[in-house]
Ligand binder design. Structure first.
Ligand SMILES: C[S@@+](CC[C@H](N)C(=O)[O-])C[C@H]1O[C@@H](n2cnc3c(N)ncnc32)[C@H](O)[C@@H]1O
Length: 299
């Protein structure tokens, strides 16, 4: 297992995933009742973008300039992306201030530090909410634990994220947003996701599950959808996808998506607009497109 999110932090996939995450969390928080945020594959919490191009043996091309980087100077961001960028800038500013005592820069000067899903969500928790963050890789888990040391309402677990779905649900709050964001390094990731969704839905039928997936082969995703649609009592669900190039654009990762089960009411329309807006802005080849597609529509 060599995956390190450091190299990918702030890339086009993170932009989509993190903007969608913030929107879903905000929509669920429209209700006063507390909720659990469960991050099954949390990573290390925050990333230094100046290290994003330094591999263990190879220097790599940083990915964030083609993701986050293309949003920095835009004055026409849709509201969901403006909210995402504000969250990224606030994290960057706080981390710079912590790193260099006496730092006198301004919010927006960055970016140097980039928040992962744990920080984006944790920064939005209300007093009645809590978070469980799971990471299996020991070094990443140690960094994550250090990030959240002493933080109330946030629990860091060094464990398998799929096991955590079974161990954590249903939560006493009976409301949850579960982000499943695996590295897809092994072929069995898709079946592990299906297993976790089946267990998770059995334990918390109304839970909101968001699963990130890569688009490297359309056929594999279609098999996944077919297997999902064979679930008994599958709740309302849609996908929000962003293709930065067509399948034949010559890109290794030509797009990504999030499958959202039990989406908050009314969330499809703004996320559709967000993905459509992002496609030409983050395009890396011909055929870029984006949008929301319902698999099971709202009843
Ligand atoms: C895509 S990264 C997570 C990024 C993070 N969610 C974010 O948006 O900032 C995937 C992470 O899952 C971890 N991982 C891999 N297999 C896992 C498993 N079975 N359970 C928990 N974590 C796992 C990897 O070490 C890696 O840090």
């Amino acid at each position: 297992m060599n995956y390190r999110h450091q190299f990918h932090a702030g890339n086009f996939a993170d932009v989509l995933k993190h903007a969608v995450l913030l929107h879903l969390l905000g929509a669920l928080q429209a209700k006063e009742k507390g909720l659990l945020y469960l991050d099954t594959h949390a990573g290390r919490g925050g990333y230094d973008l100046t290290k994003a191009a330094a591999g263990t043996s190879l220097a790599r091309e940083p990915e964030w300039p083609h993701g986050l980087g293309r949003l920095l100077d835009r004055a026409d961001l849709p509201p969901e992306l403006a909210d995402y960028l504000a969250a990224v800038r606030a994290f960057d500013f706080a981390a710079r201030t912590e790193t260099a005592a006496g730092y006198t820069g301004t919010v927006g000067e960055g970016p140097r530090f980039y928040p992962g899903s744990p920080w984006l969500a944790a920064a939005r928790l209300r007093p009645q909410d809590r978070a469980v963050l799971c990471e299996r890789q020991p070094e990443e888990a140690a960094a994550l634990a250090a990030e959240f040391a002493g933080r109330r309402r946030v629990s860091v677990q060094t464990m398998d994220g799929y096991t955590a779905v079974r161990a954590t649900l249903p939560p006493p709050e009976r409301r949850a947003l579960i982000l499943i964001d695996p590295p897809f390094e092994t072929g069995d990731e898709w079946s592990a996701i299906l297993g976790a969704l089946a267990d998770g839905l059995a334990r918390l039928p109304g839970g909101t599950f968001a699963v990130w997936y890569p688009l490297t082969a359309r056929a594999r995703v279609d098999v996944f959808y077919r297997q999902l649609l064979a679930f008994r009592d599958l709740p309302p669900c849609y996908t929000v996808e962003l293709l930065v190039g067509g399948e034949d654009a010559g890109l290794k990762l030509w797009g990504c998506g999030l499958l959202v089960l039990n989406p908050p009411w009314g969330s499809a329309r703004p996320l559709d607009a967000l993905a459509r807006w992002l496609a030409p802005v983050l395009a890396q080849g011909p055929g870029a497109t984006g949008g929301v597609h319902w698999l099971v529509s709202e009843r």
